[in-house]
Design a protein around this ligand. Structure first.
Ligand SMILES: CC(C)(COP(=O)(O)OP(=O)(O)OC[C@H]1O[C@@H](n2cnc3c(N)ncnc32)[C@H](O)[C@@H]1OP(=O)(O)O)[C@@H](O)C(=O)NCCC(=O)NCCS
Length: 179
């Protein structure tokens, strides 16, 4: 397999936003995947701001993840983590997650990193970074974050459960370790 580069995005990567949106769209259709679709424009914004990381192989996007800030910098979520099917199970998600975590700690040192996931691969990666499982009440209450779940196939369950629980596990980097 050709070399895969995992890098922090800048404006030179804007050309890959469409490919990333397709990767997310296709992954969201896999059974058992809780992944919200993201519009190309939103992906472009993250890329240009340097708030995303990308895996590239032969000028093709094969992995992606971005950070979003909530409640005036109190929380930082990592979302849109995806790896193209033929590149999975070789540590790529772990590399992407480690890099976006590093970016987050550098750019937003006061924010508490968290994520919600149904993927055991992501839970393992989060645990290796020191994240712990928490209740939904311990992550952001920002309605805009939860609106991001609207395109998830399980959104109806989230609403039915009054946003207290859903299929995703919430995991957070312990506050004691945030500056
Ligand atoms: C989830 C996903 C990003 C994982 O990507 P990946 O590159 O295959 O993951 P990695 O190879 O870095 O594996 C990370 C860890 O999870 C484990 N793992 C990977 N795939 C797994 C699976 N299907 N089931 C259980 N464990 C798995 C790996 O063994 C590794 O564990 P380790 O750290 O103990 O060695 C990828 O499967 C994907 O894109 N899925 C669809 C989208 C999705 O679910 N995104 C997450 C939304 S929160």
């Amino acid at each position: 397999m050709s070399e895969i580069k995992v890098v922090v995005c800048d404006k030179s990567h804007i050309q890959f936003a469409g490919q990333v949106a397709c990767l997310i769209e296709q992954a969201a259709q896999e059974p058992g995947v809780a992944l919200a679709r993201r519009p190309v424009k939103e992906i472009e914004d993250k890329i240009v701001k340097g708030d995303a990381v990308i895996a590239l192989c032969e000028e093709r996007a094969v992995g992606f993840c971005y950070v979003a800030i909530w409640e005036q910098g109190r929380f930082a979520s990592h979302s849109g983590l995806v790896v193209a099917p033929e590149y999975r199970r070789s540590g790529l998600a772990k590399k992407l997650k480690n890099l976006i975590f590093e970016v987050t700690r550098k750019k937003y040192p006061d924010a508490e990193p968290f994520g919600i996931t149904m993927s055991s691969a992501i839970m393992r990666t989060n645990s290796s970074l020191g994240y712990v499982p928490v209740g939904y009440q311990e992550i952001t209450n920002d309605q805009k974050f939860w609106d991001g779940c609207q395109t998830c196939p399980y959104h109806k369950t989230l609403i039915k459960m009054q946003r207290k629980i859903c299929f995703c596990t919430a995991m957070k980097f312990p506050k004691t370790q945030v500056k």
